[in-house]
Design a protein around this ligand. Structure first.
Ligand SMILES: NC(=O)C1=CN([C@@H]2O[C@H](COP(=O)(O)OP(=O)(O)OC[C@H]3O[C@@H](n4cnc5c(N)ncnc54)[C@H](O)[C@@H]3O)[C@@H](O)[C@H]2O)C=CC1
Ligand SMILES: O=C(O)[C@@H]1CCC=N1
Length: 268
């Protein structure tokens, strides 16, 4: 049983994970310790029953799982500091985009049982799309990781070579989807809604559209067909968006993010 998780680096993502795990419908009942150098910035996590501090070694001691939630360039120093305190059973999770498991294993003295995990920020409300790749792990460790992240979203194990792609589609994807919502809201204001109401309508509409695909396992075009009345208003707007490069802009944006993450990997 997992009794203690240490999250090293209580920044955006590290804090979101800690909160998500504690506030899930089936909350993580063990101890979660989160560290950050400027610890006052994460004091509010204490309200969720999370232990905060600045001592990485103290947090690591007796941890069943250590989550590395720092920027990629900080990994080496952190691992030099905390690796000596890992237990035999300690499972290591890295959230660092673009750093492969072999490098992490080497930085941690040739350790096995390493997972790269790429959640997205919706983990804080239990709605993450979490992609996971496993490196020299046991089946039991795979199950532990699956069980840890399932209460806070959907978990998908993927080959490590797809982690960069998962980062773009799922982690950056939150930003792409939100930009769509914001743009739809701006359009909504032009056609008469106040901005708050426009945002409410646009965001619930996107949620409903996503649920049609998730719950009914339907295809986007099948659902679009149901909305596009012949000679109707939807198809005119949709076609205008396509003439302006809507799908193409999105695909090109995904590719640009992917090229950047690939190039960042090659520079190391
Ligand atoms: N999946 C996703 O949606 C996202 C993933 N990421 C990835 O997650 C990782 C963390 O990114 P963010 O949370 O945005 O970064 P961040 O900069 O907000 O968080 C890192 C935290 O680690 C702390 N830190 C640095 N050195 C430390 C040390 N020696 N001891 C204790 N704490 C220390 C920093 O003060 C900072 O608060 C990155 O590797 C990034 O690639 C980042 C943003 C979103
Ligand atoms: O934008 C970034 O570089 C990070 C990685 C995934 C999400 N945010």
């Amino acid at each position: 049983m997992i009794k203690k998780i240490a999250i090293i680096g209580g920044g955006n993502l590290g804090s979101a994970i800690a909160k998500g795990l504690k506030n899930a419908k089936k909350p993580f009942e063990g101890e979660i310790a989160v560290t950050r150098r400027r610890v006052h910035l994460i004091k509010s996590l204490e309200q969720d029953g999370i232990i905060v501090g600045k001592d990485n070694v103290e947090a690591t001691k007796n941890a069943d799982i250590v989550v590395l939630a720092v920027k990629p360039y900080q990994l080496k120093d952190i691992l030099d500091e905390i690796s000596p305190y890992f237990l035999e059973k300690t499972i290591l999770i890295s959230l660092a985009a673009g750093v492969d498991s072999l490098q992490i294993s080497e930085m941690a003295g040739g350790r096995k049982g390493i997972f790269r995990v790429m959640p997205n920020t919706a983990i804080s409300i239990g709605e993450s799309m979490t992609c996971v790749s496993a490196f020299q792990s046991t089946e039991e460790q795979d199950q532990i990781i699956n069980g840890l992240f399932e209460p806070v979203g959907v978990v998908q194990f993927i080959p490590e070579e797809l982690m960069a792609s998962a980062t773009v589609l799922a982690a950056c994807g939150i930003a792409y989807a939100l930009r769509f919502i914001r743009a739809a809201t701006q359009g909504g204001v032009e056609i008469g809604f106040g901005s708050e109401l426009a945002l409410r309508i646009a965001s619930q509409t996107v949620k409903g559209a996503a649920e049609l695909i998730i719950q009914d396992k339907s295809h986007p075009e099948a659902e679009i067909d149901k909305v596009t009345t012949p000679r109707g208003i939807t198809i005119s707007g949709l076609n205008e968006m396509e003439h302006q490069g809507f799908s193409s802009a999105l695909i090109k944006g995904v590719l640009t993010s992917f090229e950047k993450i690939e190039n960042a990997g090659k520079k190391k």
